[in-house]
Design a protein around this ligand. Structure first.
Ligand SMILES: [Zn+2]
Length: 493
């Protein structure tokens, strides 16, 4: 009998598939995985935001089952999202892959995966929390003794690019870039240490630099960026960081044995940001929100003087989520339940007609929660999700702007936003040499891992097993080429 398959899964937060394909000749390890395994774009969650996207990777279920769409969430029908997400909330609502695997006798390590604070207690396994860890003085590892052990290997654990008293957007560029590399090096070194020393069956590490670098440096390489800045020091900052990750993937590939699959996955892309729609300001202009008094400066929604009993809707989030103020549901609800659908339809129509500041049409999509997210906790979620121009425009929820357009966040400029597709590839035993796979979804990751490792896939998981996909004859590009040729030959009209 063959030895059971093990998996090392490297989460590269925000890795942009378009850039991976564009730079693939400089990324030999990812290119090797493309040639010898499966790869493709992978559909992120709606909205494509880190905490909920990685949670979908962990549990294989849509966010309605765990009840958060952001870093914060509401657990009752209140105004705002007062609670911070945590592993405790998730683990009380859904099973994660570490539970599925450890219950089946597998040895698991979860390193720096978002929303793993407090560190999950994995029987016979390990966990190290990520950037939502309050401080390294807290207990952020399981078992507790692991904290000293990793300190001996990598020194003081760097929680994230920002320190508790420094916003990474305001740090000197060279300092923050160095800190990101130091931080990512720690995660890669820990992964290698676990591969070599811990005999784990499943290691899942998330690297955050692939998200942090583009947020800070996108303007230096994309000449279409509104704030494109020519600076030879940072022109290749993002590409160099992708190469650094590729080199580390090669080192990990060289350490694993022939029974180990390596999976690379990103939770969304990070892409150029063209601007922000000040969505609550727009709701005020359109008569959906009323203020008792206008703030003198930019003010977060939670501190704005809102006349709730005369407000129909409020907005929050990065890409734009709208909650309706429903009578009998929210404390001072206004929209009567029988008008719920009509109000959402009317709002959707008006949102889609918002142009950019030059009056140019935006490719805006809206999604009703009930059409995309099911599950016990769906009811507390936003009623409407918006993608302005495929997420090239984000939103600001602050109140007090004199226009509906802005660029900077209250914390400083942000060069990039999140796009709706991440990247994935898989390589190793049990992975067919199929090349590009279409229509993969983050929800497919756990079923794929469990199936590869011979662990039953729970029936209520929503994804499919990527390594069992049928071979595709034509890629998108090939299909276009052949259709064009047939059309020129007169076979198509
Ligand atoms: Zn992310």
């Amino acid at each position: 009998m063959n030895d059971p398959i093990k998996v090392v899964m490297m989460g590269l937060d925000g890795l942009n598939p378009d850039l991976v394909y564009q730079w693939k000749d400089k990324l030999p390890t990812l290119k090797k995985f493309m040639r010898e395994g499966i790869h493709g774009k992978i559909k992120s969650t709606i909205p494509p935001i880190t905490p909920q996207a990685w949670t979908c990777v962990l549990c294989g279920k849509n966010p309605g089952h765990f009840g958060y769409w952001d870093f914060t969430f509401r657990n009752e029908y209140c105004y705002g999202q007062p609670e911070l997400v945590s592993s405790r909330v998730r683990d009380s609502r859904v099973d994660s892959v570490y539970k599925n695997l450890s219950e089946n006798g597998k040895r698991v390590a979860i390193i720096n995966v978002p929303v793993t604070y407090p560190p999950p207690e994995i029987p016979n396994g390990y966990s190290i929390s990520s950037f939502m860890t309050p401080s390294v003085d807290k207990q952020f590892t399981y078992p507790a003794s692991l904290k000293q052990e990793i300190r001996a290997i990598i020194g003081d654990y760097i929680i994230d690019a920002s320190t508790s008293d420094t916003n990474f957007r305001e740090m000197k560029k060279e300092d923050v870039l160095k800190r990101i590399y130091d931080m990512d090096n720690q995660r890669f070194e820990l992964t290698k240490y676990f591969v070599k020393e811990k005999r784990c069956d499943f290691i899942f590490t998330v690297i955050m630099g692939t998200d942090r670098v583009p947020h800070l440096f996108y303007r230096y390489f994309d000449e279409d960026h509104k704030r494109y800045t020519h600076d030879t020091r940072y022109k290749d900052a993002l590409k160099d960081h992708y190469r650094f990750c590729d080199q580390n993937l090669e080192e990990i590939l060289n350490l694993i044995d022939e029974n180990t699959v390596i999976i690379v996955v990103s939770d969304h892309s990070v892409q150029r940001l063209d601007g922000r729609i000040n969505l609550n300001e727009w709701l005020i202009q359109e008569g959906y929100m009323r203020l008792k008094s206008r703030p003198k400066e930019l003010t977060p929604l939670s501190r704005a003087d809102i006349d709730w009993s005369n407000t129909k809707a409020w907005a929050t989030g990065f890409t734009g989520q709208i909650y309706l103020n429903v009578k009998g549901r929210e404390p001072e609800g206004l929209v009567v339940p029988s008008d719920y659908e009509e109000t959402l339809d009317e709002l959707s129509e008006r949102l889609i007609s918002i142009t950019d500041e030059q009056d140019k049409k935006l490719e805006t999509k809206v999604y009703k929660r009930k059409d995309i997210h099911t599950g016990e906790y769906s009811k507390f979620g936003p009623d409407l999700f918006i993608y302005f121009d495929n997420c090239r425009w984000n939103i600001s929820e602050l109140v007090g702007y004199d226009s509906i357009y802005s660029y900077d966040t209250p914390l400083g400029p942000d060069d990039a936003g999140h796009g709706p597709f991440g990247y994935f590839s898989a390589h190793g035993p049990g992975i067919p040499k199929l090349g590009e796979i279409l229509e993969a979804d983050l929800l497919d990751i756990v079923p794929t891992v469990l199936q590869l490792m011979g662990v039953p896939v729970p029936r209520d998981m929503e994804g499919t097993v990527l390594s069992e996909r049928e071979e595709r004859v034509y890629s998108d590009e090939d299909e276009k080429e052949v259709k064009q040729r047939l059309s020129k030959l007169g076979y198509f009209g």
